[in-house]
Design a protein around this ligand. Structure first.
Ligand SMILES: Nc1ncnc2c1ncn2[C@@H]1O[C@H](COP(=O)(O)OP(=O)(O)OP(=O)(O)O)[C@@H](O)[C@H]1O
Ligand SMILES: [Zn+2]
Length: 474
């Protein structure tokens, strides 16, 4: 069976044929680490996590590279606003850690490698030099230290988004005065006296820093080779970012990506969820409302190319969906324990329709329909005491949820942080019960003493309609 992907450049579904048999090289544009991750960023990372998992499940060795853009105008501006202009890198690192934590919480696997742009400046400079040597880039004549890509020199400029150059908008990434054409974009940005000294790298064109687009061209080639299989990122990056990556890499002589894939955006009220629009829903806000597993389900369930309109209501549906799967797995586990089917279904794999759906441009909605149908059949087999069938269906369900990263029985989703946490929970629950009994018998002094003892131990308790809950005092 062959995986088929929608290639944005061909604007068609194409059979996936790897450059090297049995291997997939994937590059995905990672975040500009300027501010906390919102769920749009997470959806993007999750889509490629599922794609990678499916390639692995299909027998490929996958080299998966997702970068961190840790030098950029937006980072310098955010650091200046915080009053830590020279130490912009500390802001970038702090935000990078937030992204990593958010990825981990959703079970998004760490990439094979996660390069930071600042560690590949030499490689970026080499591509720029090749472009100058080939007549496709020029240093600005105005002494700014900028170097631009000469869009007029590259006949296929615009091929990714099928735009004629004359209809394209001007590149708004630098002072247009040194440009031959307003559409020319910056490969290198000369250092300005108002910018932090620590943001200037030595270069043949004077001190400066790389443009955003050249970062990805250099990191993709450095870690995956001059030509590689798949390039991914959000639909918002098709133009100008990916158009420019493609132009500069191919003009420099690299084969670059053979397939371009783009995830649909998370929108709010019809607009892209974006930091700058102030409509972001942050990862931690969702995990306060629902389990991380339900959040993963919610962000992963739609087809990766569709737009996802966020609404908090859909969280409850996702929670119900994962509960259904969890309930079946727990139920079947209990029923089979101690029978000769206890280990049954261990060698089961996913149904053919599941694989067909996933092969067809990563058809997760159809694949989930197969999963839920298998859960339904499993419950029916249990109702009918057909344990052999139930065991086999359990195996199929496990195979499917594992490949999608939504196995409710995975330790990753366990809320229990270990034996110490269980012991603490037991003791605190006991004290909460004593306090409840004291209040019931109107012994307010005893009730207050228990609350004070817990507070001294760093534990806050809160009474609500669903009972008394405790947490470590922050
Ligand atoms: N709302 C969104 N929905 C889906 N993917 C998104 C969304 N916003 C960003 N992405 C994707 O996340 C990855 C990292 O994005 P990047 O840091 O460039 O975000 P950004 O577009 O600058 O975000 P923002 O607009 O919030 O500042 C990219 O692949 C990008 O396409
Ligand atoms: Zn990129």
């Amino acid at each position: 069976m062959t995986v088929r992907l929608h290639d944005s450049k061909a604007q068609a579904l194409r059979d996936f044929v790897p450059l090297e048999e049995g291997h997939v090289g994937m590059y995905v544009c990672g975040p500009t680490v300027q501010s906390s991750p919102h769920i749009g960023h997470l959806r993007s990372a999750l889509v490629y996590d599922i794609m990678r998992r499916w390639f692995v499940a299909s027998g490929y060795a996958v080299t998966f590279v997702r970068n961190v853009t840790d030098i950029d105008d937006k980072i310098l501006n955010a650091a200046a606003e915080e009053g830590i202009g020279e130490q912009w890198w500390s802001l970038a690192y702090r935000v990078e850690l937030e992204f990593t934590a958010a990825y981990n919480a959703l079970g998004i696997l760490p990439p094979t490698y996660e390069p930071r742009a600042t560690a590949s400046v030499t490689q970026m400079q080499r591509i720029i030099q090749r472009l100058i040597d080939r007549g496709h880039a020029y240093p600005a004549p105005d002494g700014s230290g900028d170097v631009y890509f000469d869009t007029g020199s590259w006949p296929t400029y615009g091929e990714l988004t099928r735009q004629a150059r004359e209809n394209m908008e001007a590149a708004a990434d630098s002072d247009p005065r040194g440009k031959r054409d307003p559409r020319d974009f910056a490969l290198w940005k000369g250092h300005k006296p108002t910018e932090p000294r620590s943001a200037g790298w030595e270069s043949p064109w004077g001190p400066g820093r790389p443009g955003w687009h050249i970062e990805c061209s250099a990191m993709a080639a450095r870690y995956l080779g001059a030509e590689f299989d798949i390039h991914g990122g959000g639909l918002d990056l098709r133009f100008p970012h990916h158009e420019n990556e493609l132009a500069q890499s191919t003009a420099a002589g690299d084969g670059f990506a053979r397939y371009w894939v783009h995830n649909g955006l998370v929108n709010v009220g019809g607009q892209k969820m974006s930091k700058s629009l102030g409509n972001s829903v942050y990862a931690h806000e969702l995990t306060a409302l629902a389990s991380p597993l339900a959040v993963r389900y919610l962000l992963g369930q739609a087809h990766y190319r569709s737009t996802l309109d966020y609404s908090a209501d859909s969280l409850a549906e996702s929670e119900a969906a994962v509960d259904r799967i969890r309930t079946f797995l727990t139920r079947v586990e209990r029923r089979l324990a101690g029978t000769r089917y206890a280990e049954g279904g261990a060698d089961a794999t996913w149904p053919d329709q599941f694989a067909e759906a996933m092969d067809d441009d990563l058809g997760v909605p159809q694949a989930l329909a197969v999963l839920h149908e298998t859960v339904r059949a499993g419950n029916q087999a249990l109702d009918g005491e057909d344990l052999a069938t139930a065991a086999d269906l359990r195996g199929q369900v496990l195979a499917m949820v594992r490949v999608l990263g939504i196995d409710p029985t995975d330790r990753l989703w366990a809320t229990d942080a270990g034996p110490a946490a269980t012991a603490l929970d037991t003791l605190v629950a006991r004290l909460i019960e004593d306090r409840r009994a004291a209040r019931a018998s109107k012994d307010w002094a005893a009730a207050d003493r228990i609350r004070a003892e817990l507070a001294d131990a760093g534990i806050t308790i809160e009474d609500s309609q669903t009972g008394t809950h405790w947490s470590l005092t922050s």
